[in-house]
Design a protein around this ligand. Structure first.
Ligand SMILES: *Cc1c(COP(=O)(O)O)cnc(C)c1O
Length: 368
C-alpha cells in the first residue's frame, strides 16, 4: 500500500449483502443499482461481481456504455431513460432497458422504435421527481404497448421517505401505486433499500398487489453494506460494509498548548499533545465538512480530527502519550468505525460520503 488514502472494496461482502437483501424479498427479481461508479465503490468491479443478477441499473447512458465496453452482458436498466433518437438507437443496439418518465420520452418511443424494448413506465406517486401522474397510467400503458408491440411494458415507482419508518408518505405512495398496478399484466418494481429493509409489506408486496408479472426490487445502498436508516448501522441489519477507507500516518510531532492547527488556524489546542498527520483529504473523498472531534481509528483507539481538512491531509490529536509511528494505518470509515456513525460529523449521509471517493492515483479503489 502506498502512503496515500485508499478505499479497499471487499467484493465478497457485496455477495453477502445481496443474499441478505434477497432474504427480505423472497422471490423478487433484483435490479442492483450501481450508478455513480457504484456509489463510489468502482462500477466495473462491482458489476463483474454481480453479473449473474437479473439486471444492473445506472442513471445514464454513458455509464451503461462503459459497462458494455468492459464486456458486461448482464441486462442494464437506464433509470433516467433516453433523451434523443440517437440515445434510443444506442439503447436498442446494446439492449438496455429504459425508464420512461416524461412525455418527451413517450414521443421518442412512439416515433422511432424499430425493435423490441423493455420499458419501465415510471409513475410519480408522491416524490415529485421523475414520473407521470398516476391518472395518466392507463392511457400511457396502452400507448407504450401499441408503440412497442414486441417488447415489454413494466411499471415502477420510487419512494421518497421509506427510511422514515413511521412515514405516512410511504403508506400513501403504496396506496397510489397499488391502484395503478391493479389488474396490470406485467412486471412491477417498487422498493429501494429502505423500502426493502424497513417495510416488509412493500418488499414482498406480491400478495398485496394484483398483477401478473414479476415483482422487482431495486437495492442500492444496502448492497454496499450501508444502512439507509439514520441511527442504525448496516451491521445491525445483517449487512457487511464493502468499503474500508483508510490512509497512513505520515507525520507525528509534539503540539504545544495554544497552537493553531491547519488552514485558517481554526483549531486551537487546549493542552500539550501529539499531532498526527494522516494522508487523506478532500481530494481523496474525505469531506472538508468534517468537524473537530470526528472520530478516526488508529491502532485500536479513536482519536479526534482537529482543524480544517486539507486536500491531501488531515490532522488528528493523537494524545500526549501517543506511540503511533509514521506508516501506521488509520481507518476513516470501515471496520470498527461505521460510516453511519461518521457521516453526521460532516452533516452528511453515507450516500454522499461514498459517492465522494475520488479515484485519484493515491486513493485507488483496491478490490479484494
Ligand atoms: C438510486 C435509486 C435506487 C437505489 O436507492 P437506495 O436508496 O440506494 O437503495 C432505486 N431506485 C431508483 C429509481 C434510484 O434512483
Amino acid at each position: 500500500m502506498s502512503f496515500g488514502a485508499r478505499a479497499l472494496i471487499r467484493l465478497g461482502a457485496l455477495t453477502h449483502n445481496l443474499h441478505t437483501i434477497q432474504h427480505a424479498a423472497p422471490g423478487a427479481k433484483v435490479m442492483a443499482v450501481i450508478k455513480a461508479n457504484a456509489y463510489g465503490h468502482g462500477m466495473l468491479a462491482v458489476a463483474e461481481q454481480l453479473k449473474g443478477i437479473d439486471s444492473l441499473a445506472v442513471a445514464r447512458l454513458p455509464e451503461a456504455l462503459e459497462l458494455r465496453r468492459a464486456g458486461i452482458e448482464t441486462p442494464i436498466t437506464l433509470l433516467s431513460g433516453v433523451f434523443s433518437s440517437e440515445e434510443l438507437a444506442t439503447a436498442l443496439e446494446h439492449e438496455f432497458d429504459v425508464v420512461v418518465h416524461c412525455w418527451e420520452q413517450l414521443a421518442l418511443i412512439e416515433s422511432s422504435l424499430d425493435r423490441a424494448l423493455t420499458i419501465w413506465l415510471k409513475i410519480d406517486t408522491g416524490m415529485n421527481r421523475l414520473g407521470f401522474d398516476p391518472r395518466a397510467a392507463g392511457d400511457l400503458i396502452r400507448r407504450l404497448r401499441a408503440a412497442n408491440p414486441l417488447g415489454e411494458v413494466r411499471l415502477m415507482t420510487h419512494f421518497a421517505d421509506a427510511d422514515n419508518l413511521d412515514g405516512a408518505l410511504t403508506t400513501e405512495q403504496f396506496r397510489r401505486i397499488a391502484a395503478v398496478v391493479d389488474g396490470f399484466e406485467g412486471a412491477v418494481s417498487l422498493a429501494n433499500s429502505a423500502a426493502m429493509l424497513g417495510w416488509p409489506d412493500i418488499a414482498d408486496a406480491r400478495d398485496r398487489l394484483n398483477f401478473t408479472g414479476d415483482l422487482w426490487v431495486r437495492p442500492g445502498i444496502a448492497l454496499y453494506g450501508i444502512s439507509p436508516f439514520v441511527g442504525r448501522t448496516g451491521k445491525e441489519l445483517g449487512l457487511q460494509p464493502v468499503m474500508q477507507f483508510e490512509a497512513r500516518l505520515i507525520a507525528r510531532k509534539p503540539l504545544a498548548a495554544g497552537s493553531h492547527v491547519g488552514y485558517k488556524g481554526r483549531y486551537v489546542s487546549d493542552a500539550t499533545t501529539q499531532l498526527g498527520i494522516i494522508a487523506a483529504g478532500y481530494g481523496d473523498g474525505y469531506s472538508r465538512h468534517f468537524r473537530d472531534g470526528t472520530p478516526i481509528l488508529i491502532n485500536g483507539r479513536r482519536v479526534p480530527l482537529i482543524g480544517n481538512v486539507s486536500m491531501d491531509m488531515l490532522a488528528v490529536d493523537l494524545g500526549p502519550d501517543a506511540r503511533d509511528a509514521v506508516g501506521d494505518i488509520a481507518t476513516l470509515w470501515g471496520d470498527g468505525l461505521p460510516i453511519e456513525e461518521v457521516a453526521p460529523w460532516a452533516d452528511a449521509i453515507p450516500y454522499d460520503l461514498v459517492c465522494g471517493i475520488m479515484n485519484r492515483e493515491s486513493a485507488k479503489l483496491v478490490t479484494e
